[in-house]
Design a protein. Structure first.
Length: 218
């Protein structure tokens, strides 16, 4: 394939011999970005605590993008973050479209979430755990998922407003963390669709315009 620029619309031609971008700023792409941003849910977020497997972390980000989550909060105290999973340089990565926030402790993370008016739900199997389908996920909510082997920490459970469990009908008591996150997020999306939360943008106009300009450069 030639790099001469032949056949490329004038407004997409590269400057000074640079190759055209993979995602030129076409009207169709701009409309797609506006459509996606109009459904972003800033009142729904996910917290990952010491999730070390990069495939799990990547799958979580993909689910977040799929339901319109804007922000993911990362707490790594006992594990090393799988940095490739959160890198925005990979074109196919959902990390390009998700804002990640790093916290030094679960307490620090929870403080920020409460300042934003979020109810905090830690996914854990306890005697007090509420079944997922009984939780109001239309309200501003943060969903906390823990390490693949240890689950959420005692500190994460103690500081949460409630613990949540996914109903299971088999011999195995829990799902893989990325699967559990997807199930939980899609229940949140179902509730929010019924409540009409995807019909009008949650973000103010100035934030939408800023994000649109940012996304067009990706």
């Amino acid at each position: 394939m030639s790099d001469s620029g032949e056949g490329i619309p004038p407004d997409q031609l590269p400057e000074h011999g640079r190759k055209p971008t993979r995602w030129p700023r076409t009207t169709r792409r701009q409309e797609r970005i506006r459509e996606v941003l109009s459904r972003r849910q800033q009142s729904l977020t996910v917290v990952l605590e010491d999730v070390h497997d990069p495939h799990n972390a990547s799958a979580v980000l993909r689910s977040c993008d799929g339901v319109g989550v804007m922000d993911v909060h990362l707490v790594y105290v006992h594990e090393v973050p799988p940095r490739r999973a959160f890198a925005r340089t990979t074109s196919a990565s959902a990390a390009k479209w998700i804002r990640t926030h790093h916290h030094e402790s679960i307490e620090q993370c929870y403080t920020m979430l409460r300042e934003q008016g979020m109810a905090i739900y830690a996914t854990a199997l306890t005697d007090e755990s509420i079944e997922l389908y009984d939780v109001d996920l239309v309200r501003p909510a943060a969903l906390v998922f823990g390490n693949e082997h240890r689950g959420v920490s005692p500190e994460a459970v103690a500081g949460a407003d409630a613990t949540v469990r996914i109903p299971m009908q088999g011999m195995v008591e829990s799902l893989n963390i990325s699967v559990a996150c997807a199930v939980t997020l899609y229940e949140a999306m179902r509730q929010r669709i019924v409540a009409g939360r995807y019909t009008e943008p949650e973000l103010p106009v100035d934030a939408l315009e800023t994000l649109e300009a940012e996304w067009l450069r990706k």
